[in-house]
Design a binder for this molecule. Structure first.
Ligand code: AGP
Length: 609
């Protein structure tokens, strides 16, 4: 959600902050703002605007600073408390204090009432401004003291960058349940909500520990715990190339990320294949984690949850351990039945999703074992789980998840096979075959990536539709769910996914002439069943796009388009069907001239409930 960058050093802070905010655009936002010390004095200039960062850059040009500002903070806001307006945009100021905030101050009403009794009133409707007012209220010249007193009173989540008008060149930062990374290099010190904002300057960064105060000056980055003791953070190094965070000649990040999928899967699975077998010893995930399990709960949101649905089928198929998939936002309030014999697997690209994080915490508090599958290194969910398996998709910039999804699928295969092996349900020989199956599937995926023209042509019809239905059974149902989500989020066309057999229990009433139905029929044991469901919709006039494996003889009157996958083991078709659903969503959105990478109302990482 909100993007944060703070910089103090020897370069033009305005330029660095605008560039940083542009790289953070992918997180999703509706307004932007910047504050900087105008000329090394206590004069803090704040400029805000609704809309895009480019609007802010334009507005900034009109500001004639006396000299080059070298310290400032910038923010992209995704509105939660208070509508989209310049007043509600960050930075917020009160007295000496100017700050930007990501997160939610849950008790802001209470705090606002307390401050109003002292004659201090906000000008915006935001919870963030209350934090600025509170820090300023406690400020008597000692910034750390004021910050500590204020955060003691805050409930909720926060990542703050704070400047004090009488402390030019210095930035203070603190976080809780919201991400912030820090970095220092020859050009100065940085703090940001994501490492992509600083990658042009340095590849080394660290995660700011929770509830520690960071103090940034042009040549130092100090971190103190709440007792004032200095803490040295672990320095991490970005393990992907800078080019990974750029479009690299593609029209959209989404298209680039679709094409990066085979490589992302290979990077994710290779370190976990030892002697041809799935093995997590390099991740320090012990086999004991998978022994004596009574049940498994997979929890996640959105696309990650669809990867979890796929994981359930795979784990149950091979280990016969009951698995449930729980939407994290439901699970956290569901009073779940968990024990030390329950393994809770949390899946998250960002590792920041508030609901998934809450689900992990709940699982731990109930004594369950927790394993997370996360893409962003050092993220909160990764840190808080007992064990973590990182996916190696590299940075995913497009809001619509593509490569992060398929690498989650790839780990679901390996987890399923490993659990089955450890529980003596799969022999080493069988597991080796399965692992080879994944490797072959990656090659097939490359073939499907070349079907872009065929899929582009099909979207001519889809782009004009008002409703689209996705059908599938078993593994294909999980794929259908992802297909419908992908289409909705970037093309704004209403879409629904149905377990194919369920359609006739109500929803088939919506199938009339020319309503597009995309049916996945790649699983042999239920192939005929899906075809029967296709016949049902076809006879009601549906415009059918049918996806099957190679070698199937399909009655041409059954569908308008027949998409044929390469010949392959049906267990691994999801890598290929994923590409198909992604292309269909992508080209439909492109035909509708929409902002593919930053769809309306959406944020890349959902750090609020
Ligand atoms: C994916 O296309 C979506 N933008 C969204 O559903 C996403 O998968 C979900 O918000 C979960 O995010 P996470 O993987 O970062 O936890």
């Amino acid at each position: 959600m909100c993007g944060i960058i703070g910089y103090t050093g020897n370069l033009d802070a305005r330029q660095i902050i605008i560039n940083g905010l542009l790289t953070l655009e992918y997180r999703g936002y509706d307004s932007a703002g910047i504050a900087f010390f105008s000329n090394g004095t206590s004069d803090v200039v704040t400029i805000k605007t609704t809309g895009k960062v480019n609007n802010l850059a334009e507005k900034l040009k009109k500001n004639n600073a006396d000299s080059t500002p070298v310290c400032g903070i910038g923010h992209t806001r995704w509105a939660t408390h208070g509508g989209v307006s310049e007043t509600n945009s960050h930075p917020h100021s009160c007295g000496n204090v100017t700050l930007i905030h990501n997160g939610i101050i849950e008790n802001y009403h209470e705090l606002a009432n307390m401050l109003s009794e002292k004659g201090i009133f906000p000008v915006s409707q935001t919870d963030s401004e209350i934090a600025a007012m509170l820090i300023n209220y406690y400020y008597e010249g000692d910034a750390c003291k004021a910050i500590r007193k204020a955060i003691n009173m805050l409930e909720g989540s926060y990542a703050f960058c704070i400047i004090f008008s009488d402390k030019p060149g210095v930035i203070y930062s603190i976080r809780k349940n919201s991400p912030l990374i820090g970095a220092i290099c020859d050009e100065g010190a940085f703090v940001a909500s994501d490492v992509v904002a600083v990658i042009d300057y340095t590849k080394e960064y660290f995660i700011l520990p929770e509830d520690h105060i960071a103090i940034l000056t042009a040549d130092s980055f100090k971190i103190y715990d709440l007792h004032g003791k200095e803490v040295i953070p672990d320095v991490m190094r970005v393990n992907w190339d800078i080019a990974a965070a750029k479009k690299g000649g593609y029209e959209h990040f989404m298209l680039k990320e679709i094409h990066e999928q085979p490589e992302a899967i290979t990077k994710t699975i290779s370190p976990r294949i030892i002697g041809g077998l799935p093995d997590f010893s390099n991740d320090n995930v012990p086999d004991e984690l998978f022994k004596g399990i009574s049940n498994i709960v997979i929890t996640a949101c959105g696309t990650a949850m669809h990867a979890g649905m796929f994981g359930r089928t795979m784990i149950e198929r091979y280990s016969r351990i009951p698995v449930s998939v729980e939407i994290a936002s439901e699970f956290r309030y569901s009073d779940p039945i968990l024990s030390e014999k329950t393994l809770v697997i949390a899946i998250s690209q960002s590792g920041e999703t508030a609901d998934t994080l809450a689900a992990v915490r709940l699982a731990k508090s109930c004594g369950a074992r927790t394993l997370s599958v996360v893409n962003v290194k050092g993220s909160i969910i990764a840190n808080e789980s007992d064990y973590v398996l990182y996916t190696h998709a590299g940075p995913e910039i497009s809001v619509a998840s593509t490569k992060a999804y398929v690498v989650q699928l790839s780990l679901m295969y390996l987890i399923a096979y490993r659990i089955a092996m450890i529980n003596n349900k799969l022999s080493c020989e069988e597991a080796k075959d399965k692992v080879n199956g994944i490797i072959t599937a990656v090659n097939n995926m490359k073939k499907v990536l070349k079907m872009d023209e065929e899929l582009y042509l099909i979207t001519n019809k889809l782009a004009k539709a008002e409703d689209i239905f996705y059908l599938g059974r078993g593994l294909d149902y999980a794929i259908a769910c992802e297909g419908s989500l992908k289409l909705k989020e970037i093309s704004y066309i209403h879409a629904e996914a149905y377990a194919a057999g369920e359609l006739k229990h109500g929803t088939i009433s919506l199938i009339t002439d020319n309503v597009p139905v995309i049916a996945f029929a790649t699983q042999e044991h239920i192939y005929q069943k899906v075809i029967s469901n296709v016949v049902e919709v076809r006879s009601r006039g549906a415009y059918v796009i049918l996806v099957t494996s190679a070698g199937k003889h399909v009655d041409t009157t059954l569908c308008d388009h027949h998409i044929v996958l390469p010949r392959m083991d049906e267990e691994f078709t999801p890598f290929c069907t994923a590409v198909i659903l992604q292309y269909l969503a992508y080209y439909t959105a492109v035909r509708r001239n929409l902002n593919v990478d930053q769809p309306r109302n959406l944020a890349k990482s959902v750090t609020v409930e």
